[in-house]
Design a protein around this ligand. Structure first.
Ligand code: DGI
Ligand code: FE
Ligand code: FE
Length: 188
């Protein structure tokens, strides 16, 4: 699928600030892909579609996850975690996007997971640092993204875990496993 077609499909589904966020993720993902040697076209399509299911009603997301046989344990956790796996399933079924690397980078864009691929890291980080984001610590993550992809993703995941701990929110195991895999695999 080309960029224009993908943007047209997503533009019908998500509007306003959420669409602006998507365009920010697209630009950022392309820059990161070029800088760190990921495939530009895969990064572009994954970024365009990453939040495709973000605005679906919770009941619909639940049905999609069941139908798509996505990880059952997700249903025990916050519905915020459902839109990535749901989008991966819809893209395969409705738009015949079969590239598992693209689908996995969308599937895991909210939680991360252990031993993330290059494309998964690019999409996770682009989602976190696109210019419209203003979380505490985002500027440090942007600076790290100029120098070292793994350290930047590690920072984004650490910040997210701290944020969830502050809120006393449950942390999905993939998020911990992502964190641990960076502890084990980087010198930081
Ligand atoms: O969809 P976006 O808003 O662009 O960003 P996202 O897909 O990264 O979703 C961010 C939200 O997901 C944010 O509120 C934190 C939450 N989140 C990320 N990991 C976990 C989590 N929430 C819970 N409960 N558990 C997690 O492990
Ligand atoms: Fe998202
Ligand atoms: Fe997003």
């Amino acid at each position: 699928m080309d960029r224009e077609k993908a943007i047209e499909i997503v533009g019908k589904k998500i509007k306003g600030p959420r669409f602006q966020h998507t365009l920010g993720v697209v630009d950022t993902a392309i820059k990161l892909a070029e800088k760190y040697g990921a495939n530009r076209e895969q990064a572009e399509i994954a970024a365009i579609f990453h939040d495709y299911a973000k605005l679906l009603p919770i009941s619909e997301l639940k049905n999609i996850l069941k139908e798509g046989q996505e990880d059952d344990s997700l249903l025990l956790y916050h519905p915020e975690l459902w839109h990535g796996p749901a989008a991966a399933y819809i893209l395969k079924k409705e738009f015949s996007i079969e590239d598992e690397e693209i689908l996995n980078s969308i599937r895991f864009h909210t939680t991360g997971r252990s031993n993330m691929s290059l494309l998964e890291k690019v999409i996770y980080l682009a989602d976190y640092i696109e210019p419209g984001r203003s979380f505490p610590g985002v500027n440090e993550t942007r600076e790290l993204a100029e120098k070292d992809l793994d350290q930047a993703v590690f920072k984004a995941i650490s910040n997210t875990i701290s944020f969830l701990v502050e809120k006393k929110a449950a942390i999905y195991p993939d998020t911990f496993e992502a964190y641990n895999s960076f502890v084990f695999n980087t010198d930081s």
